[in-house]
Design a binder for this molecule. Sequence first.
Ligand SMILES: [Zn+2]
Length: 122
Amino acid sequence: MKCALKSCGSEIPIKRKKTARYCSDACYYEAKKLRSCAHYEQIKKPAAEIKRAENILATMYQMAALKKPINGNDLIALNFNFGISTGEYIDTKKRLFKLIGLYGYYLELNNNLIVWKFNSGK
Ligand SMILES: [Zn+2]
């Protein structure tokens, strides 16, 4: 079996434990270090991604305020990330809003988009 550290790729010596994924302790620690960097990147990225999604919802909210119809396709066109949210909210009509920053959105079955701004008193 080969060392799981991509930059190494040496055969794992037979004398190491059967479950060993790295050829040496140095590789093990290097991989661990890389993983924590990757983890840090993952923490940083959603913050930027959430900000971007929040900006898109802000735009949608303004369009809705101008009585322009908005729907799910507008979000898709703006490459909106549907996989992220900062929370959830169920309104009195039992609709599950996904929250992103100050905004919440809900897609109706007909693809109509509802955007709420949560500090607007609405
Ligand atoms: Zn190695």
